[in-house]
Design a protein around this ligand. Structure first.
Ligand code: GDP
Ligand code: ZN
Length: 459
């Protein structure tokens, strides 16, 4: 168990800003604040109502340190279920550090990363999946990934997990009862109904697992590499996609010497686009670095945006790239649509029959929406159900569900073999344990520590 001491941390981002917040939680939170805070209206913070704000000064040896507003929240209806005080002060690093030091000098301990949320979990206000969603929410890259995190924070995932848990518990309870009772009473249940109930819970696990692919995509995004020989317009396309000029665009082939990465938002998916240097036979050292990077990215990236030049025929270099991309998810971009067409699309289709082909004129911003659609189709291909909100977006949850799924299918095959009920309960218990890990009912302290170590300070 954790020690129920009083912790404090700067809760806002470090750096210059309008306001900064110091958060204090624990049994001494109010008493400690009383030591450093001088309210304008001479009030003892112990006496004030919960969820009230108090204007005044932070003072050190009768010297005013800052002008602040102190928010007092009394247990148990707080973030941590403990007494919580938030001091809203001016946002400079020096001021924040100074006030934090004063509070630490009064006996508070500097909070570890994620410790406030960890207390919310340990004190039973939220479960582990909800706690993890706090970090996801802070780190979410697009609105869609934020919504997934918010749903998880509000218990959407936990509800579905609990539903599965209830099914498993009910099955287990029944089976255990039958172990102790004469066989004739439970015969019906054993045959038909039991099999159906195992199928039901298996389906629920499958349904939840089915969301994990999209959940992962929304949370982590995908990597797409723009490849193509020099001068076909890769950098111009990237620029058109991010709609701000970052990559250096020039007429001299091979000037993108290293890779440039930009994250763009396509239908809620964070897509990291990597602009590689043109793939071509290396003549000098600098270019070689770029070429190697390009090929590395071509093999590594999940999506390939292969650019060809409409005003040219398909060259051997183009063909080589297309072959390299054959077992990948590819969008072929026929760029320079504004120039005279030389390109034969059939030749592309011969090598990449499945690939979507989009025509663009990067410099004129033409075809960019179609390109975005093609990327979105590739990412989502058959994987979405736009209605669903609750998604498994964490690898930890996915792995636990996969174990539960395996255990439940073991239960099913044991049942099919007609083995005694106590054989079934072993795997059922294992499934239950796996499911419990998601909400944190059965995880070791080491796993909990690891989860909260990924949090930022003050959360
Ligand atoms: P990269 O080497 O593949 O990254 O190609 P760049 O983006 O640097 O572009 C090479 C040249 O082609 C530049 O002069 C661009 O202005 C030009 N370019 C890029 N896209 C288009 C386009 O759609 N139409 C025309 N006419 N020129 C383009
Ligand atoms: Zn370039």
């Amino acid at each position: 168990m954790y020690s129920n001491d009083t912790i404090a941390a700067i809760a806002t981002a470090v750096g210059e800003s309008g306001i900064g917040i110091i958060r204090i939680s624990g049994p001494e939170a109010i008493a400690i604040t009383n030591q450093v805070f001088e309210p304008k209206q001479d009030k003892d913070l112990n006496e004030v109502e919960s969820y009230t704000a108090h204007y005044g000064h932070i003072v050190e040896e009768e010297q005013v340190v800052d002008e602040v507003i102190t928010l007092v929240m009394k247990e148990p209806k707080t973030y941590t279920k403990e007494d919580v005080v938030e001091i809203n002060c001016h946002g400079g690093t020096v001021v924040l550090r100074k006030i934090l030091d004063l509070i630490l000098n009064q006996g508070a301990r500097l909070a570890e990363p994620g410790e406030f949320t960890k207390r919310a979990f340990l004190n039973g206000r939220i479960d582990l999946a909800q706690a993890e969603a706090v970090a996801d929410l802070i780190q979410s890259k697009t609105e869609a990934s934020m919504e997934v995190a918010l749903d998880q924070l509000e218990g959407g995932l936990s509800d579905q997990v609990n539903d599965i848990r209830q099914d498993l518990i009910a099955l287990l309870a029944h089976l255990e009862a039958t172990i102790d009772f004469p066989e004739d009473e439970i015969e019906d249940f054993q045959s038909e109904e039991l099999g159906a109930r195992i199928d039901t819970v298996q389906q629920k696990i499958d349904d939840l697992l089915a969301t994990s692919e999209r959940g992962k995509i929304l949370k982590e995004g995908v990597e797409a590499a723009i490849v193509g020989r020099p001068n076909v317009g890769k950098s111009s396309l990237l620029n058109a996609l991010v709609r701000e000029k970052r990559a250096i665009v020039t007429d001299i082939p091979g000037t993108t010497r290293d890779v440039i990465e930009e994250v763009i938002n396509i239908d809620g998916i964070p897509v990291k686009i990597i602009d590689t240097a043109g793939i071509r036979n290396a003549e000098n050292q600098i270019e070689k670095i770029g070429v190697e990077k390009s090929e590395e990215y071509l093999t590594k990236a999940e999506l390939i945006l292969l650019v060809v030049d409409i005003s040219d025929g398909i060259t051997d270099e183009d063909k080589r790239l297309m072959r390299d991309a054959q077992n990948k998810e590819v969008v072929v971009i026929a760029n320079k649509l504004d120039l005279e067409h030389q390109l034969e699309l059939e030749k592309i289709k011969e090598i990449l029959p499945e690939a979507a082909i989009v025509k663009t004129a990067a410099i004129a911003n033409q075809g960019i929406n179609e390109l975005e659609d093609a990327i979105a189709n590739l990412v989502y291909s058959g994987k979405i159900n736009a209605q669903e909100e609750t998604m498994v977006s964490s690898l930890r949850h996915k792995k636990a569900l996969e174990r539960a799924k395996e255990n439940v299918s073991d239960v099913k095959s044991t049942w099919e073999q007609g083995l005694p009920n106590d054989f079934l309960t072993i795997d059922l218990r294992a499934a239950l344990e796996a499911v419990n890990e998601i909400t944190g009912d059965a995880v070791g302290e080491d796993i909990i520590d690891q989860i909260f170590a990924d949090f930022c300070l003050g959360k």
